[in-house]
Design a protein around this ligand. Structure first.
Ligand code: ATP
Ligand code: MG
Length: 350
């Protein structure tokens, strides 16, 4: 990818969306002086698209997203569209479905400096990722029924749905510390028994990757007691939904966490895990780190530029440890001040 021009579609979103996107793109521009050649393609999405086109995912935006190498998305939605029959958030659901983004990947990182924000009393850095199956399982399984005196849902998985997301987890482990933990409930659930079986089959293709597995209840405890023991956690949709919020909470700062969603090939979507934060929009104090870390993730995983990615992460850590932080992390700096410091630091190192 080094010489080919990277085609990045930008969905700025609503409320603090454009504020943090601006920060992320400024950092991207600063590191790209190291020979990263890219082109940005801005497209309306979410509330912004409802205002312009009457729908959260216009065809032109879907085309721009489908043909991109990577998509950067900030956050969509907010009170402005509360009474609108079109929901900004539906744009995201439609986009995930159209691009078949079946794996959601969230890193949890607590660097030495960031430990003070963590509610945990841990004295070692934490660095793991959760790979969550995103498009199947009990949230989508049929039949389902709600009656007065009873209700049921269906948890259903096919072998291929498990296989494809397991491969993503193993590929991720290969680029990290070669360890995957499957989280399931195979002492009780049939779907979990299939997960376990397919997991071990996929593992045979990755002889250098160490594997283990945990029941989801034990995993929930271990995320608190020994979070530094994990590298890649692979799990199904419902368990992943719960565990990934728990994992976000142990970092103590919602405004710093990126995520990526991917399918089999095709563009990868990078977005912060938080919402559009209407309460702080327009004040210039949104924490830009989640979006800046999305840019770092994108450089590493979509464009094979771990070097640039690491430069960004190092600069982010250096600036945070100088105490230059937005209010959500106890500081009094603005979005722009934090971003400018990160860029200064990047330019000093290059
Ligand atoms: P959604 O339903 O879209 O997930 P939410 O109701 O969970 O939204 P968020 O928008 O994620 O809410 O915000 C939750 C809280 O965290 C708010 O008080 C918001 O201001 C704060 N917050 C979220 N992102 C940031 C950020 N980047 N910087 C600072 N504060 C943030
Ligand atoms: Mg939320």
């Amino acid at each position: 990818m080094a010489n080919k021009q990277a085609n990045i579609t930008v969905l700025q979103g609503d409320y603090i969306g454009p504020e943090i996107m601006k920060a992320g793109l400024a950092v991207l521009k600063a590191v790209s002086s190291e020979g990263f050649n890219y082109q940005l393609n801005f497209a309306p999405f979410g509330g912004e698209a409802i205002d312009q086109f009457g729908a959260p995912l216009p065809d032109s935006t879907l085309d721009a997203a489908s043909s991109a190498d990577a998509i950067l998305l900030a956050a969509v939605g907010g009170p402005k569209w509360d009474d609108n029959p079109e929901r900004p958030e539906n744009g995201l659901l439609q986009l995930r479905k159209k691009l078949n983004l079946f794996a959601n990947i969230r890193p949890t990182e607590i660097t030495a400096d960031a430990m003070k924000y963590s509610p945990l009393k841990i004295y070692q850095p934490v660095d793991f990722v959760i790979v969550r199956e995103l498009t199947s399982g009990i949230y989508f399984g049929k039949p389902r029924e709600l009656a007065n005196d009873g209700a049921f849902d269906t948890m259903r998985y096919t072998r291929s749905e498990i296989e494809r997301v397991a491969k993503i987890a193993f590929d991720m482990a290969v680029q990290r510390r070669q360890h995957v933990t499957l989280v399931d409930k195979s002492n009780v659930l049939a779907t979990s028994k299939l997960w376990e079986k397919v997991f071990h089959e996929v593992a045979r293709g990755y002889p250098n990757v160490e594997v283990d597995r945990l029941y989801v209840d034990a995993a929930a405890m271990k995320l608190i007691s020994v979070p530094n023991q994990f590298d890649v956690i692979l799990t199904e949709n419902l368990f992943g939904d719960i565990l990934s919020d728990e994992a976000a909470e142990i970092t103590g700062s919602l405004g710093t966490i990126p995520s990526m969603s991917k399918g089999a090939g095709g563009p990868v979507l990078y977005e912060p895990i938080h919402g559009s934060a209407p309460d702080i929009a327009g004040k210039g104090i949104a924490d830009p780190l989640s979006m800046i870390r999305c840019v770092a993730m994108m450089l590493k995983y979509s464009f094979n530029r771990s070097d640039l990615s690491q430069q960004i992460l190092d600069s982010v850590d250096a600036v945070a440890s100088q105490g230059i932080n937005t209010p959500d992390r106890g500081g009094d700096s603005s979005t722009q001040q934090v971003t400018n410091k990160i860029i200064d630091r990047l330019q000093k190192n290059t």
